[in-house]
Write a protein that binds this ligand. Structure first.
Ligand code: PGA
Length: 242
């Protein structure tokens, strides 16, 4: 399975963001990374320009959210068809920062189905909070999220769907799950999604921990926040996947 190294820029875009693809390419030229899929997910406003900067470099561009419907009276929203029309290939759905803002599993399922319908690959995020982990409920929480946010999705299609396991307490904190916890949770997710779906790990993935995380069984790539905004770090993480 080709590892997917995905950067989630969140609501960031340093003035030099349009240089990121060429800077990344200089650090890890295309020929050296044929075995990887590289993805940058900028704020929606930048998607179209970033696609222009990155398509020749074989870097994919994705969105951080979408709406479940094709069009309609939904102020401020963007459909998967619109994202596809400007060149987005992936869309993150159910990120914990959006779940914290009230997004529910049913919304996430609708968005994942909309992405598939619109011809872009959803990256469906799951993960437990610290309280849920400390009270011994991590497995149940993640399983319930998988069932509710992927129910009805055809998991036999392989590359058209990606799942990201992101323990909420590891996001942006510098804390990561232990290798044993990652192996155990990814095995659980694998048992649910079957053999064809890529499962990413996310939560404070950095150059210094990437190799250990990425070599774990059933870890098919990483979803990277903070470190994806620094091309030296992002490229170092991608190298660790080779
Ligand atoms: P982080 O973010 O790498 O900054 O922890 C990960 C994410 O939110 O996807």
């Amino acid at each position: 399975m080709k590892p997917l190294i995905a950067g989630n820029w969140k609501m960031h875009g340093a003035p030099d963001w349009y240089d990121y693809p060429s800077r990344f390419n200089a650090l890890l030229p295309e020929n050296d990374r044929k075995a990887l899929d590289i993805l940058m997910c900028p704020p929606a406003l930048f998607i179209e320009s970033l696609v222009r900067k990155s398509s020749e470099l074989n870097i994919h561009v994705g969105a951080q959210n979408c709406h479940a419907e094709t069009s309609g009276a939904h102020t401020g929203e963007i459909s998967t068809e619109m994202l596809k029309s400007v060149g987005a290939r992936f869309v993150i759905v159910g990120h914990s920062e959006r779940r914290a803002d009230g997004e529910m599993d049913a919304d996430i399922l609708a968005k994942a189905l909309a992405a598939i319908r619109g011809g872009i690959t959803p990256i469906v995020c799951v993960g437990e909070t610290l309280l849920e982990r400390e009270s011994g409920h991590a497995n149940n929480v993640v399983t319930a999220q998988l069932v509710a946010s992927l129910g009805g999705v055809d998991l036999t299609t392989g590359p058209e769907i990606v799942v990201a396991y992101e323990p909420v307490w590891a996001i942006g904190t510098g804390m990561t799950a232990t290798p044993d916890d990652i192996v155990a949770m990814h095995a659980r997710i694998r048992a649910y999604v079957g053999p064809k779906i890529r499962i990413l790990y996310g939560g404070s993935v950095k150059p210094n921990n990437a190799k250990e995380i990425l070599k774990a069984p059933n870890v098919n790539g990483a979803l990277i926040g903070g470190a994806s905004l620094d091309m030296d770090s992002f490229a170092a993480i991608a190298k660790a996947a080779l």
